[in-house]
Design a protein around this ligand. Sequence first.
Ligand code: CS2
Length: 454
Amino acid sequence: MRLGAQALANLPAQVARPIYDREAQAVGIVHIGIGAFHRAHMAWYTDAAMNAGDRDWAITGVSLRSPGVARQMNPQSGLYTVAEQSGEGSALRIAGAVRNVLVASEEPEAVIAAIASPTTRIVSLTVTEKGYCRDGQGGLDFALAHSLSFYYFVTQALLRRRDAGLSGLTLLSCDNLADNGAKLAALMRHYLERHEPDLVGWFADNCACPGTMIDRIVPATTDEDRAQIAEGLGGLADEACVVTEPFSQWVIEDRFAGPRPRWEAVGAELVADVAPYETAKLRMLNGAHSALAYCGLAAGHTYVHEAVADPALRALAERLMCEEAAPTIAAAPGQDLQAYATLLLDRFANPALNHRLIQIAMDGSQKIPQRWLETLAAQAAKGGRPCKAILTAIGAWIAHLRGANGGVDDPRAAELARAAASTDPVGALFGQGGLLPSEWSPAASDIAIITAAE
Ligand code: CS2
């Protein structure tokens, strides 16, 4: 037996489930990139908002290429389990906000029609850093942003909305990019300028791209997780379940083009400026995560909780967060960065998550600029000491690019491998003319630290 609308009534009593009439909800959100993260985060908040009485925010999920998630979720009428796991045990909740999943490569017209539908008010995105199709300078790479990118589908739907006299949309980036809302707005404008110049003004006047800070650790679901969750569901199989930590945070810039769910009623924070939260999250949480990934793999670890239990790596993560990243962040009133670092180390130590270091090591070229290079640039600008922890992590990344941990999963893998194998890897990768240009140019003392770690 498989989880689905019919099976809800037979679930064990301790499993929480939707208490609203799912069939009666209009689709208000189209979400592009419906992976495990969206299901454990935004769709989970939206489900909670509907449990609290909000209405008509059902979600149509879109996968751009792979039919995998649609095959998992559609036979379950969009239902799936969120398993919150910690040392204390596991809590299961069935989330009901997702109505259906479309596969853009198989049914492009249905995707455009969903975004153009009058009830849709929000198009949200978790397409990962590489899904924004940026070139090395951060502008739009038009060759990458071809017809199977979100740019194409959103643009086609916006044309229909404008021509039908419908409202514009809120485009909500839920990816780990610095200044994600403003970046999305600028990239969308570049795309429109090239492909639909007549739509540029309408887009500016009728759409909004608020910034967000999104946070929840969501490891890839394994067969073992699925087996354990099936047990908790009284034997029902759930192909779409996700495993996550109890912690969750969502800070959203309160600047929508139209209505939105009352996410603030279920724990999200709606603020005027997300920058302090987003910068702290990217430079501290994600910065430490990537450092633990490359240095942890080099030390022979598999999971984050193992790496952070290694005293040398724990000290490295702590130093990166407290001494290198935190001093570069202008904290918001009441934001305590030292307490944040302590909480992060506790979250990383969660023994029940089995978060693989190799999962975090993916796509380094897309992650390292906002996680490490911005800290290095800010420290250099104020004449700070060398950032030993980040520089050590860069050394471990170069070793990773040279194949120390097997294959390299990164959209720029080939050019990165060439740069890492060259006689001057630091020069080929960083500084003016490097593959990851930034405001930081390595000094001789930096290179000594990097080289020692390689
Ligand atoms: C991780 C993030 O895979 C990665 O690169 O650093 O996915 C991290 O777990 C999330 O951003 C936590 O909110």
